[in-house]
Ligand binder design. Structure first.
Ligand SMILES: [Zn+2]
Length: 198
């Protein structure tokens, strides 16, 4: 080994150096600030997700009468109409997946920040689950457009995205960023220091 990656310009420097030979910034083997950045993004995402669940996500105008739907009432409507498969997709994409993502990332950050002894195997499984869930993020946005399209087709209604839709889109963006900024080497460090077999 004996090398250290500059976190600013990505130049590989000898580990004996204090400063990067290219950009002269201080060399650190691990980006510890990434934990705080990840926490900040995750906390913001959690607040926005709560708001996205409380505030209306669609505004409907029916012959001049404006009604609105939250994620929950939208799902309730779908169930009432007997559209169970769509109700399940909406529930999975707009409630289950975002909350799982936030809880999973939160657990990870806790494990790193507070040195919680979680077994190597569980950490690895969790890491793959978070990566796998990340791929389904676009499903959330797809569901919003699908819901609006369904409402527009079904009746002579005019559906528009309401404030919660913006909050919801931000949740997707922020959770992705929270996972992306985190220096995963901090996690591997932990795995290497906790050499338990279970
Ligand atoms: Zn540099």
């Amino acid at each position: 080994m004996g090398v250290c990656l500059c976190l600013v310009c990505k130049k590989v420097n000898p580990i004996t150096e204090q400063n990067c030979s290219r950009c002269h910034s201080r060399l650190n083997t691990r980006n510890y600030a990434s934990i705080q950045q990840s926490w900040a993004l995750l906390v913001t995402a959690t607040i926005l997700l709560v708001l996205a669940n409380i505030y209306p996500i669609t505004l409907l105008t029916n012959r001049g009468v404006v009604t609105n739907d939250t994620i929950f009432s939208g799902i309730a409507h779908l169930v009432h109409l007997g559209l169970y498969p769509i109700a399940i997709i909406v529930f999975t994409a707009s409630i289950l997946v975002p909350w799982l993502k936030i809880c999973g990332l939160g657990l990870y950050l806790c494990a790193i920040s507070f040195n919680i002894p979680i077994s190597k195997r569980k950490m690895m499984i969790g890491f793959h689950i978070i990566e796998w869930i990340g791929r389904w993020s676009m499903l959330d946005l797809f569901v919003i457009s699908l819901t609006v399209a369904l409402v527009n087709m079904g009746q002579l209604l005019d559906a528009k995205p309401a404030p919660a839709a913006t909050a919801f889109a931000l949740v997707i963006l922020l959770t992705q960023l929270a996972a992306k900024v985190l220096d995963t080497r901090l996690l591997w460090d932990r795995l290497e220091t906790h050499n338990d077999a279970n």
